[in-house]
Design a protein around this ligand. Structure first.
Ligand code: SF4
Length: 366
């Protein structure tokens, strides 16, 4: 299968270490010196690492760092994870634009819909994305979940019979050990009204070696289990990432992708088409593409909504329908699809629509 980028394992690192999730987590890049082992940091990046040290954690897996272009500060992978001074220039951004704290009946459970919750089971990720919606909590000790707090959240789910669909998120639930994850899903499976367990994880992208056969065997026991991951750019589709997604799918786990529309990273039709066609080729379904939120420190990532609508309209008719994710705006009221208005309304006994190529069709609809 076609992949777009190859990792560059540094000299002196044994393959057995490099492909171990534990080694990757223990050897993450956390400072300018570590970063310089993979890229030539620009003056802006160096200044940002210093200025933002106390604002939002900077941590990158060696695997992901090795995918970045060492000489191009505009590299679409580098921009997602390396601090930039532009993060200091956002007067409009908010700390919690979706009002998640106000939608939380118990610590780290977010309920926007009657029947579903996002359950932030930890606040740890393999790396920290500069545009993360949960910047306020990831890596912050106050938001970590103690076992007692996990128990309180599980008790709340057990006494709330409307909840049929639980999304384990964070942070990243795959940062958990296999045993801990198995324990948590077993507890959820003991609750009769929980029908679906979903995992939201970026580890197939940022640390694909975490997705082992052993993990997939554990997950398979708890079906129906769904996974949504988070590829934003075709260059994140590497051989190990394809293997990780293939393992999940082969274990009977439907895998979807939720990307974020990011200025200068994936906000052009060709990149978006390549990304989503490659996802489909590895049996990952493009699900949502989020409009970047009005989040503190992310003005340089936000695309005008009209431009996002235009981008996805350009994909219609030019690739398979299921290779086009739904472009959505997340709001405190839930997700709202935003798309080019193809319905032209009623004209007498006809309903009028506009096709992908601009053709107008009148469907008899007495
Ligand atoms: S992996 Fe997800 S939760 Fe973690 S920092 Fe990135 S966007 Fe945030």
């Amino acid at each position: 299968m076609k992949f777009f980028n190859s990792e560059r394992r540094p000299d002196g690192v044994a393959e057995a270490d490099w492909t171990s999730a534990t080694w990757q987590m223990q050897n993450r890049v956390r400072d300018a010196e570590g970063l310089a082992r993979f890229i030539s940091p620009s003056a802006d990046e160096l200044a940002a690492i210093e200025k933002l040290a106390t604002t939002f954690r900077f941590v990158i897996t060696p695997y992901y760092a090795s995918l970045m272009d060492p000489d191009d500060p505009a590299c679409p992978l580098r921009r997602q994870v390396v601090p930039a001074c532009a993060e200091l220039e956002d007067s409009a951004g908010l700390e919690d634009p979706l009002d998640e704290v106000a939608h939380s009946p118990v610590k780290n459970v977010i309920r926007v819909y009657p029947d579903r919750i996002a359950f932030c089971v930890n606040n740890e990720c393999a790396l920290y994305c500069r545009f993360c919606l949960r910047k306020r909590m990831v890596g912050e000790p106050d938001w970590a979940m103690q076992k007692r707090e996990l128990g309180e959240a599980l008790d709340w789910i057990a006494r709330t019979p409307e909840i049929r669909d639980v999304l384990l998120t964070g942070g990243d639930p795959l940062v958990y050990s296999d045993d801990r994850l198995d324990w948590l899903i077993t507890r959820l499976r003991e609750i009769p009204h929980v029908e679906i367990v979903r995992l939201g994880t970026r580890l197939p992208v940022t640390l694909p070696y975490r997705v082992t056969d052993e993990l997939c065997e554990r997950l398979r026991k708890h079906h129906p289990v769904w996974v949504n991951t988070h590829f934003n750019h075709p260059r994140e589709i590497t051989e190990p990432a394809i293997e990780a997604c293939t393992r999940l799918v082969d274990a009977g786990i439907p895998v979807g992708n939720q990307s974020v529309l990011l200025k200068g990273i994936n906000d052009d039709p060709e990149t978006m088409k390549q990304l989503n066609e490659a996802l489909v080729a590895m049996r990952v379904r493009p699900y949502y593409c989020y409009q970047a939120q009005l989040l503190a420190g992310t003005a340089h990532f936000r695309v005008r909504i009209e431009d996002g609508i235009e981008l996805f309209q350009q994909l219609r008719g030019r690739t398979s329908g299921f290779a086009i994710p739904q472009y959505v705006l997340d709001t405190p009221h839930g997700k709202v699809p935003i798309s080019y208005p193809t319905s032209r309304g009623r004209a007498g006994d006809d309903y009028v629509v506009e096709a992908w190529n601009g053709g107008i069709w009148r469907e008899p609809n007495p």
